[in-house]
Structure formats: C-alpha cells, structure tokens
Design a protein around this ligand. Structure first.
Ligand SMILES: [Zn+2]
Length: 356
C-alpha cells in the first residue's frame, strides 16, 4: 500500500476530528444513502440522532434497507446495472446479486422536495428522494443550528422517506383508471403527511428539548391537499395539477417514439413564455412563439402541449407575488386560477373537491 501523502493525512485527521455525518439511521443501504445526503446538505447530526429514536421512522428504515441499493454504494456493476441486472419498468432488479431490490438516490434539491420513483418520468431508471433545504437552515457553516432548522429537516426527511416506504410496499397510486390513480396520489400525500406528523409527534414526546418545536406539517383534508402548491424539478403547481398532468403525460408519451419525446422536451424548454400574454396559453393547444424561427405556432401532439402546460402553470403560480400572505384555500383569485387551469389542461378527467 502506498504511503499516504501529508495532505491526505491532514485531510483524514480533519475528517476524524469532525464527528458529524458519522451518525447513521442504520448501517444498511438506506442508512448510508441518508448519511450521504446529510453530509452534502449539512444536516446536523442531531437530526439523524433524533430520527433514529422515532419508532415509526426506524421501522420504515428497516424495510427500506432491505428493499434498496444505494446508487453511490459502489456495489453496482460499472457497465449499466439497469441492463446487467435487468431492471424492470418499475426499477426492480430481476437479475444479479441484488435481485428484487430497487436502486435509490437521495439528492439535495434546490427545486423542492419530492419522491420520484423509477418509471415516473421517461428517463428515471431508479427511485429518487429529493430534499430541499430546511427554510430556516443556517445561511452558512458554523452558524448555530436552531431547533426550527432541525425540526424542519426531520419533517422533510420523514416525509420523503414515508413516500418511498409506501412506494416499495406498493401502497402508492395504485389504480386501474386515471381517476383512481390521481385520487391515489392525493391519498398517498395525506397518508405521508400523517406519518411525518407521527414521527415529529413521537420525538416531541420523547425529548423535552425537542418538545417546543412547532410542526409545520400540512393539512390532511383532501380539498386542501389538492389545492396546496408543490414544486417538482423547479416547476410549481398544485397537487391536483401535478397528478392530473403526470397521468396525461404518461398517456401522451406512450404514443410517441422516445427520440421525438426528447426533441420536444428540448424545444419546449427553449420557448420564451414572455413573448405572449400568460393567460393566452390557457388552452389545450396554446399558441407560442417557436424559438427556431420566431413564428407563432402550435403543437399537434399532446406530449409537447402538456410539457408547455407545466411551464405555464409554474409561471402563473410564480406570478402571484404575495401568495404567502394570501389564504390559500379561501382566496377567490387563487381559486379562479385553479378553475382556469383545470379547464385548460385537465381534459375533463377530474375537478377540485369543494372547499367546505
Ligand atoms: Zn409528499
């Protein structure tokens, strides 16, 4: 073995001096993936220590350790594991030493927290847990970590872990029809929020120092969840918009060769929405200025129209500057926006549950 350089020894000393990030929720694959995330996102050890002590969280980890292989574990074969180990369309390995497992990546996101399973988008071969930073995260290293920051990390991690847990057990979005799967998506969000609340509740009960934390878990009523805003891959929309558009995108994609899908994705990304009034896009086949020739055009295919719809929804929601000060459920303007979006893009599949 080569002798370590002085630099390497110094770095090693630094690492061992810092106890942070050595703490894991488990020694299994999920525990390692979460430790890797905690290190990148500067999540304090206190968060991991606390999570380990929640019965609900620990039992999810036991299952996830068995079901997953961490993508950065070094255990995957170098040349294309999805082919070598024959991952099926849902990301489950059908061959090799880890048959029956799924591959997991936990990433630090700057575009919202979400769980996205293999097969959910055209390119996803493995499950992704994306966790956005806690809103009150200390702006720089060395600043004291607050109770609020730790609590928010716990909520975010518990929440996305619960989505993954429900997914590997086949409890998410099951259903034969589009409407059943859309309702299943809302149900999954409700069930996941309950688990998040349970984890935080257990820890507040067990640890007097954590007891003062004020949970920020969202509402559990269907009508409220449908209207809540979610950010996925940097794009904002309501949960109902999210599930309906995903369902429609999947159906549209099935009609297209993969090469065409890729071309449409690149093209829609380049469209400058600002060249036409935002409200003018609120139709199933909106007119847009084609970035290739500056000519006003429309798409014939459903897939690019739906991709464009996702960008329009994001731009529309971001155009409401004072949204944090408004009552998300009772504000008449916001409700009018939802109705207009549904009329343009839902294709009559479903509609919002009435606010009681
Ligand atoms: Zn969720």
């Amino acid at each position: 073995m080569l002798e370590r350089t002085r630099f390497e020894r110094e770095v090693a000393a630094l690492v061992s001096e810092a106890p942070e990030y050595e703490i894991r929720v488990s020694q299994g694959q999920f525990g390692k993936a979460l430790a890797g995330f905690a290190k990148i996102a500067y999540v304090s050890d206190a968060v991991i220590r606390l999570l380990r002590r929640s019965k609900t969280f620990a039992s999810m980890v036991r299952t996830l350790d068995q079901k997953y292989l961490w993508i950065d574990s070094g255990l995957l074969p170098e040349g294309g594991w999805s082919i070598d180990w024959d991952a099926d369309e849902n990301g489950v390995l059908r061959k090799g030493p880890y048959q029956g497992r799924r591959v997991l990546s936990i990433v630090y996101s700057l575009g919202g927290s979400y769980f996205s399973p293999a097969g959910d988008s055209r390119t996803a071969a493995y499950d992704t847990i994306a966790i956005d930073r806690a809103p009150s995260q200390a702006p720089s290293l060395g600043k004291p970590v607050t109770l609020k920051e730790n609590g928010e990390w716990i909520e975010r991690i518990a929440h996305e872990t619960a989505h993954a847990f429900r997914h590997v057990l086949g409890l998410r979005r099951a259903g034969k029809t589009a409407v059943e799967r859309i309702n299943g998506g809302i149900d999954d969000e409700i069930a996941t929020r309950k688990v998040e609340g349970q984890v935080v509740g257990e820890l507040r009960k067990q640890f007097p120092k954590f007891a003062p934390y004020q949970p920020t878990t969202g509402r559990l009523e269907r009508w409220a969840v449908e209207r809540d805003l979610v950010t996925v891959n940097l794009l904002r929309r309501t949960y109902l918009e999210h599930f309906v558009l995903n369902e429609r995108l999947r159906a549209a994609l099935a009609q297209l060769p993969a090469a065409d899908a890729e071309k449409y994705e690149a093209l829609v990304d380049r469209i400058d929405l600002g060249k036409r009034p935002l409200a003018s896009y609120l139709t199933a086949t909106p007119r847009f200025v084609d970035p290739r020739n500056n000519v006003v055009s429309t798409f014939m295919q459903a897939y690019p129209n739906l991709l464009l719809a996702l960008r329009v929804l994001d731009a529309r929601w971001r155009s409401v500057k004072d949204i944090d000060r408004r009552d998300l459920y009772r504000d008449a303007d916001l409700e009018a926006m939802r109705i207009a979006h549904a009329a343009a893009y839902f294709d009559g599949i479903t509609s919002y549950t009435n606010v009681p």
